[in-house]
Design a protein around this ligand. Structure first.
Ligand SMILES: Nc1ncnc2c1ncn2[C@@H]1O[C@H](COP(=O)(O)OP(=O)(O)OP(=O)(O)O)[C@@H](O)[C@H]1O
Ligand SMILES: [Mg+2]
Length: 301
């Protein structure tokens, strides 16, 4: 008799553990971070790649998606030549595994190419297939970082609106700041929870970085009633260009420079926000699958 009761208790415990494991899996959804800017050429791709690599070096699993319709920047920055891109996945000619390429530290890259634009024109049946395919990545990665083109084009806005987390990057130039404010203003019109981050690139000094970020934050609070979290700044560093010329990531070539340490700080702040992000997932479902579902919703509406 006692044995049977013991067995039942063990069974109940097993079921409880299974439920807890399932819940933990749900919480382990991938954080999707979209990197964008108002003005072009302010350092989106540089940050996307080096931030992704920094997170990889910390043992995080990261997939980087190149959603810039212009030049396929990211693979050139790494000296890689992808054979396929999202376009081939959409056509059903290649699988997600076929189009994904590997970078340093286990980083995975999904070349977007023209495929990003095509996402907007898919029939719902096709879109469902692509969402299901990309959704398979959910939980497999800690982060999906999406590098967008600049500006308020339909493509960029679609990505920004679908994201739970958006990082806006600007330089201290007044034109870049004004354009960054324009992007934030478009985000402000959207409903739902969002984590909005700011990075100031190419600053002359730490104090300039801090000052520009604080000013921008205050303006967003005052005029848009929007809270934006400064993640840090990156100093202007001529060696960044050298990394691009050598087609090697800057932080691996020049890890001891101030700019590399700036990227490290940005990664640390992003990581320390993990808990906040998990909590906000309750308000607005996160993960890769939901991100692409929302893209579908925005495109169809
Ligand atoms: N901190 C920095 N110091 C010096 N140069 C930098 C820095 N960050 C970026 N750059 C340079 O600025 C140029 C543009 O950078 P990047 O390609 O990352 O910008 P982008 O925002 O992705 O541009 P696009 O809008 O065309 O996609 C590159 O030549 C890069 O070397
Ligand atoms: Mg770019």
């Amino acid at each position: 008799m006692k044995d049977q009761a013991e067995k039942l208790r063990e069974m109940a415990l097993g079921i409880k553990q299974q439920i807890e494991e399932d819940l933990r899996y749900e919480m382990r959804k991938t954080r999707v971070l979209v990197i964008t800017s108002g003005k072009g050429g302010v350092g989106k791709s540089t940050l996307a790649l080096n931030l992704a690599l920094n997170l990889c070096a910390r043992g995080k699993k990261v997939v980087l998606m190149d959603a810039d319709l212009g030049l396929a920047n990211l693979d050139i920055m790494l000296g890689l030549v992808p054979q396929y891109n999202l376009h081939h996945l959409i056509l059903g000619k290649k699988s997600l595994k076929d189009i994904t390429i590997s970078g340093p530290y286990g980083l995975k890259i999904i070349p977007g190419g023209s495929g990003i634009n095509e996402l907007a024109n898919l029939e719902s049946e096709e879109l469902r297939r692509i969402i299901a395919e990309l959704g398979k990545l959910d939980g497999q990665y800690d982060y999906m970082i999406i590098d967008t083109g600049a500006g308020i084009s339909k493509n960029v806005i679609t990505f920004v609106l679908a994201a739970n987390e958006v990082l806006v990057i600007t330089t201290p130039e007044p034109t870049a700041i004004t354009d960054a404010y324009g992007i934030v203003k478009s985000i402000a019109r959207k409903s739902g929870a969002i984590n909005l981050y700011l990075v100031v690139n190419r600053v002359a000094s730490n104090s300039e970085g801090i000052m520009v970020a604080e000013k921008f934050k205050l303006v967003c609070q005052k005029f848009l009633e929007l809270s934006i979290t400064p993640l840090g700044h990156i100093v202007d560093e001529p060696l960044v260009g050298e990394g691009i010329r050598r087609q090697q990531p800057f932080i691996t070539l020049f890890p001891k420079t101030a700019a590399s340490s700036n990227i490290n700080t940005i990664a640390e702040r992003l990581l320390s926000d993990d808990q906040k992000q998990i909590e906000s997932l309750g308000a607005r479902a996160g993960g890769i699958r939901n991100f692409f579902r929302r893209i579908g919703g925005i495109v169809k509406s």
